[in-house]
Design a binder for this molecule. Structure first.
Ligand SMILES: Nc1ncnc2c1ncn2[C@@H]1O[C@H](COP(=O)(O)OP(=O)(O)O)[C@@H](O)[C@H]1O
Ligand SMILES: [Mg+2]
Length: 265
């Protein structure tokens, strides 16, 4: 277990009002998809938003945001790449694509520390941080050392009640990181032809599990072709049609998140 003092106190990012971690019990549940969409949704509300990809195992945010260039360095600072109204930085910019990843907690922490302090984030209302999946060393170190406003847990209906998620929640609780809420992704399917909803994994599991674990439930995201295509194409659904049902899902989630953060006081 990695322990240590909170080295990155609030002084280090004085211009950032809220740092929100997006976590999941395991990979492939849509953590990055949700991070990207929430970031774009928050930016749509007029907030100043940053997105920091710290997933060393799969830094997919640049692809999902359609970014091919590397960040510029000005003076001593890295300049975030601004896309769709969101300032973005990724740990992927710091690793060559073919490098095998044998990162340990302290190495990741050093890289993340750089991504926080050596980046010209400027003034932000929200800095979302896409964490690596799971509850290993890396997540533990991050949660301990970064002054988080709170954490959002992304899960799928199948694993919502599983040990992975429960373990994640209890880890953040132990570290006194407020659980902002659970988002259930790939929750249901709505037929694009007839509009009928199918609850493939039965309905209400996420909400029920959240109640049981005594954490807020922020909402559900359907499994949806456009959401997947948007991610692959580097154009999140909100960018092309902010009135689509898919976009509204993320706008609602962003609203829930904001109200949850303001309720923390
Ligand atoms: N709601 C969704 N509907 C359809 N596809 C999704 C949805 N959420 C995620 N995906 C797809 O599932 C895959 C894994 O998602 P990703 O966000 O990369 O997961 P994670 O970051 O948790 O590993 C990606 O191909 C993504 O496009
Ligand atoms: Mg990811």
């Amino acid at each position: 277990m990695v322990t240590g003092e909170q080295v990155l106190n609030k002084e280090i990012l004085p211009g950032v009002k809220n740092i929100v971690a997006i976590a999941s019990g395991k990979g492939g549940v849509g953590k990055s998809t949700v991070s990207v969409s929430l970031a774009v949704a928050l930016a749509r509300t007029g907030a100043r938003v940053g997105l920091l990809d710290t997933d060393i195992y799969g830094p997919s945010i640049p692809i999902m945001m359609g970014i091919t260039e590397k960040p510029e360095i000005r003076g001593e600072k890295l300049i975030p790449i601004v896309k769709y109204g969101v300032s973005l930085m990724s740990i992927g910019f710091m690793i060559a694509e073919d490098t095998p990843l044998i990162w340990r907690g302290p190495m990741v922490m050093k890289a993340v520390e750089q991504l926080l302090t050596d980046v010209e984030w400027g003034n932000l209302d929200y800095l979302l941080m896409d964490l690596p999946p799971g509850t290993g060393d890396v997540q533990l170190t991050l949660a301990q050392k970064v002054p988080l406003t709170g954490v959002v847990i992304v899960t799928t209906p199948q694993d919502v009640a599983l040990l992975d998620v429960v373990r994640g929640i209890s880890m953040f609780r132990k570290l006194d990181v407020p659980i902002l809420g659970v988002i259930e992704n790939m929750s249901f399917f709505r037929c694009p032809h007839c509009g009928e909803r199918s609850d493939i994994f039965s309905h209400g599991g996420g909400e029920a599990a959240s109640k049981k674990l005594d954490v807020p439930f922020l909402g559900e995201v359907p499994i949806d072709l456009k959401i997947r295509e948007g991610g692959d194409a580097g154009r999140p659904v909100l960018v092309d049609d902010s009135e689509s049902p898919q976009s509204k899902v993320f706008m609602n989630l962003a609203e829930q998140l904001v109200s949850r953060i303001s309720s923390l006081g």
